[in-house]
Design a protein. Sequence first.
Length: 329
Amino acid sequence: MVMRRIKLTVVAIMLLLSIALVSGQTLDKRAILCGDLGEADCQILLQNDAVMDGVNAFAFDASMTLDIEAPEEDAMSLALDASGAMSFLQESMDAILAMEDSLMHTAGQAMSKDVIAILDALITGMTAEVNAVIQIISQDGTEDMSLNLLINDGIVMLNAAAVAEATGESMGGMEWLGVDATGLFSLLAADSGMESGMTSDMDMTEASDMPMAQAVTRLADSEVNGVPVAVFEIEQNMDQFVGLLDTGATAPIADSPSTMNATVTQYIGLADHYTRRVEMNMTGVDEALMVSVDMSMNVDFGDFNQTVSVEIPEDAFVFPLEFLMQMGE
């Protein structure tokens, strides 16, 4: 149950990021992005939304802390510092934006062949390099991990030391371990045992009709890495979103002894309207499970639409995706 609540927290974070950075096509953008803001401030957010739709590559620096207070065996703290760059084929990004409307109405339905093809193309067209340092503190002690991630042409690589740390298994002297994720969604769709993972449990038409319990405020202008920015703060009560996601709940979210609130601060370039920084703070409490979650994340963005080059090491050990799926059976 605790892990279920943590997963819902993560999904809620992603929903909030979607509101802050890339809004849905069928929803009222002005209402979602601007709230009660005046026209001039609203135009900054609308221009930012349009500009970020055209971003297919960026560099980033990120930090995150996550504290979970719970019965002793489930309590933990996590700290992460990461940096890197990633890019996507513009054709894939355009296709993702174009299919957002149809995805709004696919609750309980299997993904179409067109959607699966777009998602497969997104993976094969993605290039990324991410370096991260992670520390996890739990009742079992303190774990430190250095994670290096490489993605190119559908190949997803991790440094073997991180895999050994996570699994407790020796990597036999290997330095890099990865998987060829080409055709991932096609394989999942063809596997009858994976059907539930290829359907949408959340009807976004419900979300589009749901009152947006958020407040948008423009704060004083500032600078991010020397770039003048407009600063907007979004306060969001996430309980309604969690109610839509938590399809296994036996009682309406209004009757649940849980709360989840989040604040996003978005820094938008005054000259170019790129999102230069996003800061998130989220708190959640579930009284029944005696669990509270406190998460903070800061991400700086730059080098928009610049080429990202990644080379997969020649001595890397790459598993075929089918092999890994068979291991999980």
